[in-house]
Design a protein around this ligand. Structure first.
Ligand code: GRG
Length: 294
């Protein structure tokens, strides 16, 4: 199976898991679940989900378990996109090629849908079907909390907001991006190791892989913001420059930024040497992340 086929097959599997995990209730609260489903189903590259599933495959984890963790990560990711698109944040009308959640529903519903996606993500991780070992479930919950909270993704978003109009150094931008984007991608690889009860060296290798893929991904995203069109990317482009936001592209220039992303993707793949052929898809994914057009 080619990487493209593997990505499509995993996306299908995770879509099914998300559909099952988000049933629409009776009653007036149905609207928030409809908004959650609107935000998380039927879109996105499912790159984080693929990383969870592929990393778990290295340890022969049951795919029904890893699909639940992949679905949790996609719920958490979707929450961040819904909240990031709100008028109080980035104020974006389009996401994944369709109206953003607050445009399709309303602002209050979008806030609630984001909140409920976040909480459902943790609930799913804690449920016995996710792993027979409660210690593994606790580790999944704690690591996701660290990756997504004030010392992770939300912290990165706070730094981003607090830095508006300021000239950041390359190191400061690197830290901001490692928190805002990188930590959840890193978690996606680490979650596979947690599910597989990997030893500390294997877990460390997957964490390093996730960290470098996350950094490469963000540089590629900044490059797309400069070079991509809204049709290709599924959201407005040119936003960083319009907002006067410093990125590694604005500091290093396009060519050096591309070199840096390529270097990180190569380094990410090298962290997986000890896993041999079984990690071929994850290695190819690292290359795809920097070559992508959306
Ligand atoms: C908690 C409000 C809040 C925000 C956290 C992650 C984040 C910060 C905001 C999301 C907006 C954003 C542009 C983040 C940068 C990371 C990024 C490029 C996300 C988009 O990820 P993709 O390309 O999206 O994987 P798909 O749609 O393919 O899932």
């Amino acid at each position: 199976m080619s990487l493209k086929e593997a990505l499509a097959a995993t996306a299908y599997e995770v879509e099914k898991a998300l559909d099952d995990l988000l049933p629409v209730p009776e009653g007036a609260e149905a609207r928030v679940v409809e908004a959650m489903r609107y935000a998380v189903l039927g879109g996105g590259k499912r790159m984080r989900a693929f990383m969870v599933m592929e990393a778990a495959t290295l340890f022969g984890v049951d795919r029904r378990c890893s699909a639940r963790v992949a679905a949790s990560v996609e719920m958490l990711h979707a929450y961040s996109l819904v909240h990031d698109d709100l008028p109080a944040m980035d104020d974006d009308d389009m996401r994944r090629g369709k109206p953003s959640c607050h445009k399709a529903f309303d602002e209050a519903t979008a806030i609630l849908a984001g909140d409920a996606l976040l909480t459902r993500a943790f609930e799913v991780l804690g449920e016995p079907d996710t792993h027979s070992n409660p210690e593994a479930r606790c580790e999944l919950v704690i690591a996701l909390g660290k990756a997504s909270g004030a010392h992770g993704m939300v912290g990165g978003q706070m730094i981003d907001i607090a830095s508006e109009g300021k000239q950041l150094t390359a190191d400061e931008i690197g830290r901001l991006q490692a928190l805002k984007t990188g930590r959840l991608i890193q978690y996606s690889a680490e979650a596979g190791a947690i599910l597989g009860r990997a030893n500390s060296m294997q877990r460390h290798m997957l964490v390093s892989y996730g960290r470098d893929v996350g950094a490469a991904f963000q540089i590629a995203d900044d490059i797309l913001d400069v070079e991509g069109t809204a049709e290709e990317v599924g959201k407005a482009t040119g936003k960083d420059a319009a907002a006067g936001k410093a990125t590694l592209v604005s500091i290093l220039g396009l060519e050096r930024a591309k070199m840096q992303a390529d270097m990180l993707a190569k380094q990410a793949a090298e962290h997986l040497d000890s896993f041999g052929e079984k990690a071929a898809n994850l290695r190819e994914l690292a290359a795809l992340v920097v070559a992508r057009k959306n």
